[in-house]
Design a protein around this ligand. Sequence first.
Ligand SMILES: [Zn+2]
Ligand SMILES: [Zn+2]
Length: 338
Amino acid sequence: MGYNAAMARLGSWIEPNPDGIYVRPADAWIDPASPKARALITHGHGDHARGGHGEVWATAETLAIMDCRYGEQNGRPVAYGDSVRLGEVEVGFVPAGHVLGSAQIVLDHAGERVVVSGDYKRRPDPTCAPFVVTPCDIFVTEATFGLPVFKHPDTGGEIDRLLHRLHTEPDRCVLVGAYALGKAQRVITELRGRGHDDPIYIHGALERLCRLYEELGVPLGELRLATGVAKEELRGRIVLCPPGALNDRWSRRLPDPVTAMASGWMRIRQRARQRNVELPLVISDHADWDELTRTIREVAPSEVWITHGREEALMHWCMTRQIKARELNLVGYEDEDD
Ligand SMILES: [Zn+2]
Ligand SMILES: [Zn+2]
């Protein structure tokens, strides 16, 4: 094809800014780091969903999570598979498999399709709808675990290790550090799926989101607040807390806890040691290397734009397959939710 001055660069209507992705013909921002008049939100984690926007377009579940965390938002719910017309852009929401309500945002404009996947994973998660492959011209992806060394093990096997430890040391409790949104509820649901029907004790900081998950149709079984419970009652029990509470005063009242943590980073020994984790559980809500590359193959885009994470290996992988790759270097996306 010869040079055509009228033909714009692919995705020229999408402007990656340090502050978020600006979709010019919709006058909307995706997961912006500061308040905007119109925001499209992929999911409820704090590094993607912030309070204070004008209109917030997201799934009803994500809006419920934001209301729970920030107070009532000016929410405009869009169901999975539905789309809305914003300015000159058709905007759709499709499951991302990351946490309850998480969505890829599908943008159609000027005969081009851009999919902003937010955070995602491909393995089954009983607490949310599975990732849906949506072919597109530009696939915007994270690369949190974008190195070939990252291969998350089977989740069931990690849950079995947790239960084995609990049963072999019945005088202790197992204290599991897990992020309050998504990871905690997933660990609980996976435990239930492995037949663990005992009450599970939770730190107060997990209570509201666990209750919200149940209201939104994710049953968690019997949960009890761990605060104020006698030491004796906690022997042989599983206790969940946010990662920050693993080593603080709060955990000192527990009966000789086996300290565990559920995170993709537990694959790295040093990270487990930093938190004094005795039982690292490699359970991640992000795609590992094989999931990232499999997803790009299936989505089959002309271009891959990488928002954050370890992008170099993935850039190289794309380029050797004739897929144009670009780093966006968006700031403010942490590994908080791994
Ligand atoms: Zn996330
Ligand atoms: Zn994130």
